[in-house]
Design a protein around this ligand. Structure first.
Ligand SMILES: Cc1cc2nc3c(=O)[nH]c(=O)nc-3n(C[C@H](O)[C@H](O)[C@H](O)COP(=O)(O)OP(=O)(O)OC[C@H]3O[C@@H](n4cnc5c(N)ncnc54)[C@H](O)[C@@H]3O)c2cc1C
Length: 307
């Protein structure tokens, strides 16, 4: 591969402003949130602004047989954006438009560089939410979280990203653009390629547009923190909550090591003497929230927990 020729063609395709080659800038694209992996520099970083530009990058990369690493915000924990074999890091951050909010059909269409929280802020005035809630909502992109099929705290009740992705536009490895799925719930004919690409970690193609399902925002919430003097009691409380037919929006267990580690870092006032804690949130219409919160409190008490 002639690196100079590759860069020249990328600049011709995208313009100088969308092609980064300065060493000090390349360093920023040599790592992501993953600890303990090598951090080699990419040969070049591109910041395309459209599907057509991404298709051009893929075609050029194919010609020079050079790898491409799609990159959202780089918050993944599996080294997915680290350019281990050199080549092109393709940042999606300039493709950050919310293309449509179709409140009547409970659907939004976004570019991959939209930050998850920005989508939620945009749909909030319509009384809607996009539920997937990885710990990185304020930084992670829609494209990155679809590629990781991110889950998060609300997974128990609301599911994970794959349960909300209805349609995708993809630039495939040969530079062709394909569209799968769409806004229609009953769009079920043939193979479910939307599911195949969701969670594919950038290995099958580059996601350039995403159609997602939205749901009505819960009217009210009740959050609880229960502490336990034994991990077993906390585990039994989880069993008790689920078997009393309550599906909390959040139900997270932390053992003592985790409690102390988090407290040491975040200083949020967690009970460091507890052997385990449960973080619980129930949500929905107020009457149901009140009933479910009461059921949770009862189960906590039955299992020697303290609220
Ligand atoms: C503190 C912290 C908390 C987290 N909490 C959770 C959690 O609770 N639940 C959970 O599931 N995950 C969690 N994560 C990981 C989470 O999956 C990522 O934060 C997020 O999904 C990745 O988004 P990103 O924009 O940073 O993507 P990146 O890290 O940039 O990319 C992720 C992967 O997707 C690929 N990719 C990015 N954009 C595209 C695209 N447009 N097309 C094709 N491939 C693409 C990349 O090549 C890479 O393989 C957490 C991470 C951190 C650091």
């Amino acid at each position: 591969m002639s690196k100079n020729q590759l860069v020249k063609e990328l600049i011709e395709a995208l313009g100088q402003d969308n092609v980064i080659t300065d060493q000090e800038d390349l360093v920023c694209y040599s790592f992501d949130a993953t600890p303990d992996v090598p951090n080699p520099l990419p040969d070049v970083v591109v910041t395309p602004t459209s599907t057509e530009e991404i298709a051009k990058v893929v075609t050029i990369a194919l010609k020079y047989k050079t790898p491409i690493y799609p990159r959202g915000s780089g918050t993944n924990l599996c080294g997915g954006t680290v350019p281990l074999k050199g080549g092109i890091v393709l940042s999606l951050l300039k493709m950050n438009k919310i293309l449509e909010i179709d409140a009547e059909n409970l659907v939004a269409v976004v570019q991959p560089g939209v930050i998850i929280q920005d989508l939620n802020d945009a749909v909030a005035p319509y009384g809607l939410i996009y539920p997937p809630d990885p710990g990185t909502v304020t930084t992670a992109t829609m494209g990155g979280s679809v590629s990781e099929c991110a889950g998060g705290l609300r997974g128990l009740k609301y599911g994970v990203t794959k349960h909300y992705v209805m349609g995708l536009e993809i630039v495939l490895a040969d530079g062709k653009v394909a569209r799968f799925g769409g806004k229609t719930v009953k769009n079920v004919t043939a193979y479910d390629l939307v599911k195949l690409f969701t969670g594919s970690e950038g290995t099958l193609g580059i996601i350039t547009e995403i159609t997602v399902k939205l749901i009505p925002a819960p009217e009210s919430r009740a959050a609880m923190l229960a502490s336990f003097t034994s991990l077993e009691d906390a585990g039994n409380a989880i069993k008790g909550i689920i078997s009393s037919k309550v599906i909390p929006a959040t139900l997270e267990i932390m053992d003592q090591v985790t409690i102390r580690t988090v407290e040491n870092f975040a200083k949020v006032g967690l009970p460091t003497d507890a052997k385990a804690i449960l973080l619980i949130e129930v949500d929905g219409v107020p009457e149901v929230v009140a009933r479910e919160a009461e059921a949770v409190e009862r189960v906590i008490a039955e299992n020697n927990g303290k609220l």
